[in-house]
Design a protein around this ligand. Structure first.
Ligand code: ZN
Ligand code: ZN
Length: 450
């Protein structure tokens, strides 16, 4: 821990100790008023008011919801002072809140079941705490990103809009119900998976099951795709890339003695390696064509690119680790499991090094999993999150302000990606074409994916 980060970090600790009740009430307000992706209007106004009351000047994102707000000193990265990004996601899920608590959702069918209310409270808390400090070694840019839960989501808009310009690194955290509150999970490299969705439609003439030789046996063809594709895939991709295809839905036929004319398969493709992800669509399309060709069925593939993996930068993780040790002590910093869940923070890596930490939220008893109406957190985790990310930002600003010769100084500042030449840009375009949402989520306890 460096002297400035040490001193200011201690001031943040003190601020958190004095504002625990306020942080909890912010979180409970957000939890009781969930809003869906790109419709987080009240959430945005609420955050905006709190920031303005602290003398800060938040700006709305071009998406209409979400905010960006800088805290600290320096010129905002245009010509000098370092800028570090902290990112929260602010949207909720279309799930019923099943909890019997005073702060349960007041909106039918909507729930903060992924902990984004906690993430938002943490980044808001960091902004409010840092706003009271003098002597910051640069500026912290807090990004309250909309629409993490949709594909393509808010992160692609944030990256393409230039909101990240001039910053050197970005950090975020995600609740992890498998890790006890008071602990922090870290991992270098891929911490979440890329996740795409593939829909396959087979068509044929149909016919009587007594005479399959006169038609295309569509159900048999579907069966071949179901089993052959995953096994072919496993021989076409480096096993270390961690690519998997798992079907979630299969539909065809009605009668026991009639071969149907149409059948569909829907599944997700997950992969931990970003390079392998780039080639996943072409590879899957060609494998589907190959297998379908042996059956005689006509085939159509709808492949929807989801999110890239979140690949944690080693230097950014080292900064998180120093901050975590200063916040919870080395004994409470654990190795985070790799998740096959998706998280759109991975898009930020298009323009700068990133790292996502896991915030332990388990308060005892059976873990309350993400994406369920019963999900809740031990609220002591909120203060840990504020202290962790405030310290991380301070350490990163110091590191980026004074690059030591030939070592781990500031990475090049970000530049807005040129139109049309990034995957993030492509994803934005795809979102404009289709608002299709899908199920890239992982429902295992501790999967931690967004
Ligand atoms: Zn989620
Ligand atoms: Zn999430």
């Amino acid at each position: 821990m460096t002297p400035i980060a040490d001193k200011l970090g201690a001031a943040v600790d003190e601020w958190v100790a004095g504002h625990h009740a306020d942080l909890v009430s912010i979180r409970r307000h957000l939890h009781a008023h969930p809003e869906l992706a790109f419709a987080e209007f009240e959430t945005t106004s609420f955050i905006e008011q709190r920031l303005r009351a602290a003398g800060l000047e938040p700006r709305r994102l071009p998406t209409g919801t979400g905010l960006v707000c800088e805290v600290g000193s320096g010129d905002g990265g245009a010509g000098g002072g370092p800028v570090v990004v902290l990112r929260a996601d602010i949207d909720a899920l279309p799930l019923a809140d099943l909890k019997d608590v005073p702060y349960a959702s007041t909106r039918e069918g909507l729930c903060h079941a992924c902990g984004h209310d906690v993430h938002t409270t943490v980044i808001l808390g960091v902004a409010l705490a840092l706003a009271e400090l003098d002597g910051m070694p640069g500026r912290v840019r807090c990004v309250f990103q909309p629409a993490e839960e949709t594909v393509p989501g808010g992160a692609t808009e944030v990256v393409a809009s230039g909101v990240l310009d001039g910053a050197s690194r970005a950090f975020a955290l995600h609740c992890d119900p498998a890790v006890p509150a008071g602990k922090v999970g870290l991992r270098t490299g891929a911490i979440t998976a890329a996740c795409d969705r593939m829909d396959v439609t087979l068509t044929g003439p149909g016919g009587h099951t007594a005479r399959p030789q006169l038609t295309v046996d569509l159900v048999d063809a579907l069966g071949r795709l179901i089993t052959d594709l995953p096994s072919l895939l496993s021989r076409q991709v480096d096993p270390r890339a961690g690519m998997s295809l798992v079907w979630g839905a299969v539909n065809a036929g009605v009668a026991a003695n009639a071969i149907p004319q149409r059948g569909t398969l829907r599944g997700t493709v997950r992969v931990l390696d970003r390079e392998a992800w780039k080639g996943a669509e072409d590879l899957l399309r060609s494998l589907v064509e190959r297998v379908a060709a042996t059956t005689g069925a006509e085939v159509g593939v709808d492949y929807i690119r989801g999110v890239p993996p979140v690949v944690n930068d080693p230097r950014a993780v080292a900064l998180l680790r120093s901050a975590a040790i200063g916040t919870v002590g080395g004994e409470n910093v654990v190795l985070s499991a790799q998740s096959m869940g998706g998280e759109d923070f991975g898009w930020f890596a298009d323009v700068m090094p990133i790292a996502l930490a896991r915030l332990g939220t388990h308060g005892g008893g059976a873990p309350l999993d993400l994406h369920r109406g019963t999900f809740d957190v031990d609220e002591r985790a909120i203060g840990v999150g504020v202290r962790l990310l405030a310290r991380t930002a301070l350490l990163a600003l110091e590191a980026d302000a004074e690059p030591s010769p030939g070592s781990s100084g500031a990475p090049p500042r970000t530049r807005r990606p040129a139109p049309g030449d990034t995957s993030a840009r492509r994803a934005v375009d795809e979102r404009r074409e289709s608002q299709d949402e899908h199920d890239r989520r992982d429902d295992r306890p501790g999967a931690g994916g967004g």
